[in-house]
Design a binder for this molecule. Structure first.
Ligand code: ADP
Ligand code: MG
Length: 253
């Protein structure tokens, strides 16, 4: 009789796609017998296993969809090596209240000071909390805009950029936008304004946006919106890469 029920439960778990629960069923039943656990405790353990496995799978899938160029975490960031970044501010941002409030984060500073690392670290944190994230460089964005001039940006892609909960645009300032691209970018920021969070990193000051976007009026209008609810973090110092290189070659950093 109990074998029959067990077979039925296994088949039910399979058809409900509760594969982790199915794989662990026997282990939980044995543990229940050995430790005299209640039915409720077995159910609890079984469902917790399933939920944990699902969460892990969705983090793996969403990390792929986020298109990070490399994986970085806030935990692996050496705050002592970057004294111009206030650890308390990053801790506050890690609570992800900024995503909830649709605020922006601008990470500014010269090359190698950790802007992309922090942006990806916050993106990873958001992913782990179930927030959808998409990362692209300003060059990727320009490539998409230019491709769109031929084919038009596919609707689903445009909607994704407009609506993804956290968009990270890396390296604004290395490439210049032509008029059409600047207008498109302005519209993207308008779509996301007060609705969705956008993190940008840039090696240029906001004062240079007129040059980057080829038009001080449109740059001013972008900044007016973007900076309305934005955490601006100015990072300074020598490149971390350069310092590591000096350290490994025995020079004094
Ligand atoms: P940026 O985007 O400012 O040019 P990155 O974030 O790409 O700089 O940093 C360059 C490299 O140095 C990356 O591999 C990054 O992980 C590392 N790095 C930079 N700052 C730190 C830091 N304070 N602690 C740990 N790694 C760092
Ligand atoms: Mg960078």
């Amino acid at each position: 009789m109990s074998e029959l029920i067990q077979a039925r439960v296994t088949a039910a778990l399979e058809s409900l796609h509760l594969n982790t629960a199915k794989a662990n069923l026997m282990r939980h039943l044995r543990a229940a017998q050995e430790r005299d656990l209640s039915t409720l405790a077995v159910l609890d353990a079984l469902l917790t296993d399933e939920l944990t496995a699902r969460k892990e799978r969705s983090i793996v899938v969403n990390t792929k969809l986020a298109h990070f160029p490399v994986l970085k975490t806030i935990d692996s960031f050496h705050f002592d090596a970057q004294p111009t970044l206030d650890r308390r501010v990053i801790n506050e941002l890690q609570t992800l209240a900024f995503v909830e409030r649709a605020e922006g984060i601008a990470l500014l500073g010269p090359s190698g000071v950790g802007k992309t690392h922090i942006a990806i670290g916050l993106g990873m944190k958001a992913l782990q909390a179930g927030v959808r994230v998409y990362f692209l460089s300003a060059q990727d964005l320009l490539d998409q805009i230019h491709a769109a001039q031929i084919d038009g940006i596919p609707g689903h892609k445009q909607r994704h950029l407009n609506n993804v909960a956290l968009l990270i645009i890396d390296e604004i300032g290395y490439v210049e936008f032509d008029k059409k691209a600047a207008t498109w970018f302005f519209q993207l920021l308008c779509q996301r304004y007060e609705r969705r969070s956008t993190i940008i990193t840039s090696n240029k000051a906001f004062a240079d946006w007129g040059e980057i976007f080829g038009d001080p009026v449109i740059a001013g209008a972008m900044l007016d919106r973007y900076l309305h609810h934005c955490h601006v973090l100015n990072l300074k110092g020598e490149s971390y890469r350069m310092r590591s290189r000096k350290r490994s070659s025995g020079e004094k950093a």
